[in-house]
Design a protein around this ligand. Structure first.
Ligand code: FEO
Length: 169
């Protein structure tokens, strides 16, 4: 049985996952407005991944018979300075999410709640991949700088991303 402390903390994290989805929807809108349709589609897939992350926690709380609360999701901005800026903000956000998940894991470990700890390890591993992917994109954008053709090529590459439900594996 999950403790009230962990239950509350996971509900908060669930909210953050849906907030992340919303954040990426805003980033997708920004990229679309700037003519970066590939990046827009990339962030739309990121949005769907975050929804899947949130739903995995939701299902877990249900399985644990938890008292599920669904607090308000914070609004997000849709204006950024550049393609580089939007991906840098995305990385900073993921780094914050990693910190949150590590803190949650600490609580689960302290409480010797193995089931919840196990669930959280899935997220911790997922974060490594998320941060690495965004860091690589930032490196590529930095490499081309303001070169229009370079940005166009990166945008085309970003368009190739397809959605794979991360929770299905
Ligand atoms: Fe679900 Fe990208 O953190």
């Amino acid at each position: 049985m999950i403790s009230t402390t962990l239950q509350t903390a996971i509900v908060e994290q669930l909210n953050k996952e849906f907030h992340s989805a919303y954040l990426y929807l805003g980033m997708s809108a920004y990229c679309s407005n700037e003519g970066f349709n590939g990046a827009s589609s990339w962030f739309l897939i990121q949005y769907r991944e975050e929804v899947a992350h949130g739903m995995k926690m939701f299902k877990y709380l249900e399985d644990q018979g938890a008292d599920i609360q669904l607090p308000e999701i914070k609004g997000v901005k849709v204006k950024y300075k550049s393609l580089l800026d939007v991906f840098k903000k995305s990385l900073a956000h993921e780094q914050m999410m990693t910190k949150n998940l590590n803190n949650l894991s600490d609580i689960a470990m302290k409480e010797k709640d193995h089931a919840t700890y196990n669930l959280l390890q899935w997220y911790v591993t997922e974060q490594v991949e998320e941060e690495a992917t965004v860091s690589e994109i930032i490196d590529h954008i930095t490499l081309v700088g303001d070169n229009g053709y370079g940005l166009y090529t990166i945008d085309k590459e970003l368009a190739g991303r397809t959605f794979v439900d991360p929770t299905a594996v």
